[in-house]
Design a protein around this ligand. Structure first.
Ligand code: HEC
Length: 156
């Protein structure tokens, strides 16, 4: 019986290792992709340079959306901030990969309900318009994005 216990322990150990590395990105590669695709506008340096185009994103995972006071955010991101939404790996995945802005549809429905349906109320909510602020950067493949996310996670 003891022998079986050991075998089970070894199998469990192997399964845990495989599981933990399964779809996790490589943060060292992520550092490289970040420098190619994101650092043009964003910095993750310890010293926060104020002349960046985009917000400083060193500790962005887990951080409230649109948290920086030195950035002028779009009204879309400010709406998420108002409702206390935080950056999770999944939100970041959608934000970067759905360049047509469709990632925002869910939040538009959730927070604005039917305000975008009538012309009068939608005029008062710029977030009813499609989200286009972040579609100017370079395209990132799904794999490279996983690497970038694990790079950004590593700062936590
Ligand atoms: C062309 C410049 C540019 C590039 C390239 C760019 N971004 Fe951005 N980024 C911005 C701007 C501007 C904002 C503010 C967007 C808004 O207010 O809607 C932003 C916002 C963000 C935010 C939200 C930060 C916060 O404080 O809530 C994250 C996260 C982010 N970008 C990640 C990335 C990643 C990851 C990449 C690379 C794959 C990237 N960005 C490439 C300009 C850029």
């Amino acid at each position: 019986m003891k022998r079986y216990q050991n075998i089970f322990a070894i199998i469990a150990f192997i399964v845990t290792i495989i599981h933990s590395t399964a779809d996790a990105g490589n943060r060292w590669k992520g550092k490289w992709y970040f420098s190619k695709k994101c650092s043009f506008c964003h910095s993750v340096s310890l010293r926060q340079e104020s002349e960046e185009t985009g917000p400083h994103i060193r500790h962005v995972i887990g951080r409230e959306v649109a948290a920086r006071t030195d950035t002028q955010y779009s009204s879309h991101l400010l709406l998420l901030k108002e409702h206390g939404v935080r950056w999770t790996p999944d939100l970041l995945r959608q934000f970067i990969s759905k360049r047509d802005g469709s990632w925002f549809d869910y939040y538009r429905k959730k927070f604005l309900k039917n305000k975008c349906v009538s012309y009068q109320t939608s005029m008062r909510h710029p977030e009813c318009a499609p989200y286009t602020t972040h579609n100017k950067g370079r395209r990132v493949s799904t794999r490279d994005l996983e690497d970038i996310i694990s790079y950004l996670k590593a700062f936590k």
